[in-house]
Ligand binder design. Sequence first.
Ligand code: F6P
Length: 354
Amino acid sequence: MKIAVNTGGGDAPGLNAVLRAVVNSAASRGWHVYGVRDGYNGFFRPGGVHPLTTDMVRGITGLGGTILGTAISGSPFEFPREGEVVDISDEVVRGFYEQGFDAFIAIGGDGSFRLAKQFMDKGIPIVCVPKTIDNDVNGTHVTFGFQTAVATATECLDKLHSHAESHRRAMCVEVMGRYCGWIALHSGIAATADVILIPEIPYDLDAVCAKIERRYTAGRTFAICVIAEGAHPAGGGMMTLGTKEQGREVRLGGIADHVAEEIRSRTGVETRSLSLGHLLRGGHPTAYDRVLSLQYGAAAVRAIELGKFGSMVAFDPPDMVFKPVDEGIEVTKSVPLDSEVIRCAREMGICLGD
Ligand code: F6P
């Protein structure tokens, strides 16, 4: 069995651990794995597809990023070439069969899954592995990378406490998460934030400012507000950055600056804002994410052995199971408003903006 594997979309801690598990699990069956560089781009670039041996993946379990590189833009179905947008997907299909591959493992988020689906429709036998720090892939309990992103955000928020307290400031901290508030909610609770704003609960600035004023009146003269990049006011839209590039999702950002300015002008409290941005995608995966990633990778090879093409590996604790990839892309996994974690935040006295 000859397997091709790629990593697509934004990087996430744990990608290398998945690759290691894929290579080692395949090797234990006498199978061979080849890495495709930079998403699917390796298929139409000399040297872009190369063997991944057990030696090459030694020691990478705890390494951030992806040794294969990734590609966010330039879907082979809408590829920018010589000033034009062309469909070069058949070059990928040809490359796959000419090089004698039997199966493909696509590690990525919902965008990569959609792409994989298009290649499945062209006959390529694919198994998908869900990856994203945002934890927004439907059908799986948790994606690898999420826990590390939450740990990094929590550490940063912890550090901001002493600063906020010394300067009597309200700190507004923006975190990634796209259209979902998983990272904001979990890191905010872990770091005992005062306000957490998530896309799932459109916020009311009066409620946010009232919370800050109550706190200052009670003698706690600083505040920590964690704001998901997709947070938005009731009746208002999400804030975006720059112009949308072809084949890319629009970039979200700027909401923490806006909320900080509103808090300052409405309450008179001095505020500062910052965005943790891509820091949350970097660094070594936590032990939990390493183990999770290794399980995802090993299960992907098992899926191939069982002929479960067209499926994604899903974590259904304590098991890894196989579900149709459509389940991963049909909806985004938002934070359920009736969940225990939301109830917990409210019972801890955290203002969720409503
Ligand atoms: O999906 C992961 C993610 O980090 C989102 O949280 C964020 O909105 C986006 O990627 C940013 O992507 P880029 O790499 O284009 O800045």
